[in-house]
Design a protein around this ligand. Structure first.
Ligand SMILES: [Zn+2]
Length: 396
């Protein structure tokens, strides 16, 4: 391929002529004669040539039109005929694959169909068709990948009619593994029981949900559950705010006070601490609950802990839970006890479902940009194409 030929970015072409008077018109022909597609013999001769016109990528603000001469060959060995084939120009299509990819990426990046139909001279229905085609191809390249070792499970809202969906995230590779409609065992059973490689899952990160816990026990037999730090701390704070309401029903009306109560003690200035201490003096029970909460949160934030230090923190945690069990916070103590193992496992890792939450935000934006999805399968394709894929087609 000479330098002039390589500018098209299409292999196997020899440029014959370029005309730039009205748009960019390029005449080209195959740079070499292939061997027979039937018998692989080298003895082929050109029987006839026909021409084919294809749109091929924009340069600047002009479309390049490719006029290809396509030979029809005759094989002298097996006496059969065949046409010259280019991998980037599929039969009967009037655009090259790079052109279709260009339209796809522009549309994917937010350029509207009507704008693309002007710049790329194709109908808006064609944009939609090409877009769907390439989305499906992205997802098909994903199929058959192994179940991730570290899995994040969380639910998110889909539509009012169809309810919630479950997200499975590959936490090591920061990719959405799949989305499944429903969040109960009944609705996930069909999917999970046919999931290949689910025995390989070693760690599942999730919020403190009873349903997901039993699902993990049942379908991921070798997986250990790790509680999600963010959710656990949120749960503790939620319980604490409720207890505050019981102790002092009007305290929460004071916005400044609410902010002081919510934040971690170690993030407060000395003045803020003094203010809070003055308030808490009036409510001795609340004060001890507050200090218990601070100690608890400190323990919950531990990450990447060496196993040898585990025992020390474990003793502290158990003591704290025992204290809480004797206080108005006994429901919280009960929950923490029931999830003790998954919570303690948080200490060993820094793994959390933060990535999953991030994907949920992204999926919400996607839904809004599409003005909502009614069909779950379309939604799933879109999510996987955007959040499950590393961005390069393995074959064009
Ligand atoms: Zn042949």
């Amino acid at each position: 391929m000479s330098q002039v030929d390589s500018i098209l970015g299409l292999p196997g072409l020899a440029v014959q002529r370029v005309d730039r008077k009205l748009g960019i018109h390029v005449w080209a022909k195959p740079s070499s004669r292939p061997s027979c597609v039937h018998c692989a013999s080298e003895t082929v001769r050109i029987k006839a040539t026909h021409s084919r016109t294809l749109k091929h990528t924009r340069q600047g603000n002009q479309i390049m039109i490719l006029h290809l001469s396509i030979p029809k060959y005759h094989c002298q060995n097996c006496d059969r005929y065949f046409r010259h084939q280019f991998p980037w120009a599929r039969p009967r299509l009037r655009a090259t694959e790079p052109y279709r990819l260009e339209v796809f990426e522009a549309h994917d990046g937010g350029v509207s169909q009507s704008k693309l139909s002007v710049t790329h001279r194709i109908g808006s229905a064609t944009v939609e068709r090409w877009y769907q085609h390439l989305i499906k191809r992205r997802v098909s390249e994903l199929s058959g990948r192994a179940c991730p070792r570290v899995l994040g499970i969380d639910e998110h809202f889909f539509t009012r009619k169809k309810g919630y969906a479950t997200t499975l995230v590959d936490l090591r590779n920061h990719k959405v593994f799949d989305v499944v409609l429903g969040r109960s065992e009944l609705s996930l059973r069909q999917y999970l029981s046919h999931l290949p490689g689910r025995e390989q899952v070693q760690l599942v990160v999730m919020d403190l949900s009873e349903t997901y816990r039993s699902i993990v026990h049942k379908y991921f037999p070798n997986a250990k559950i790790v509680a999600d730090r963010f959710h656990v701390i949120r749960l503790v704070n939620h319980h604490f705010l409720n207890l505050w309401k019981q102790q002092d029903p009007v305290g929460r009306m004071n916005r400044g006070l609410l902010s002081l109560m919510r934040r971690h003690q170690w993030n407060l200035s000395q003045e803020q601490r003094d203010n809070l201490a003055r308030y808490l003096e009036q409510f001795p029970i609340l004060r001890s609950l507050y200090h218990a909460k601070q100690r608890l949160n400190k323990l919950l934030l531990i990450k990447n802990l060496m196993p040898k230090h585990g025992r020390k923190f474990m003793a502290r945690l158990l003591k704290l839970i025992a204290q809480l069990a004797q206080s108005p916070a006994r429901t919280l103590a009960h929950t923490l006890n029931s999830w003790l193992e998954p919570i303690v496992r948080m200490w060993r890792t820094s793994q959390s479902n933060g990535i999953t939450e991030g994907f949920h935000t992204k999926m919400e934006m996607m839904t809004r940009r599409a003005y909502g999805f009614r069909n779950f399968e379309n939604y799933r394709l879109r999510v996987l194409a955007h959040c499950g894929w590393n961005g390069v087609f393995s074959r064009v």
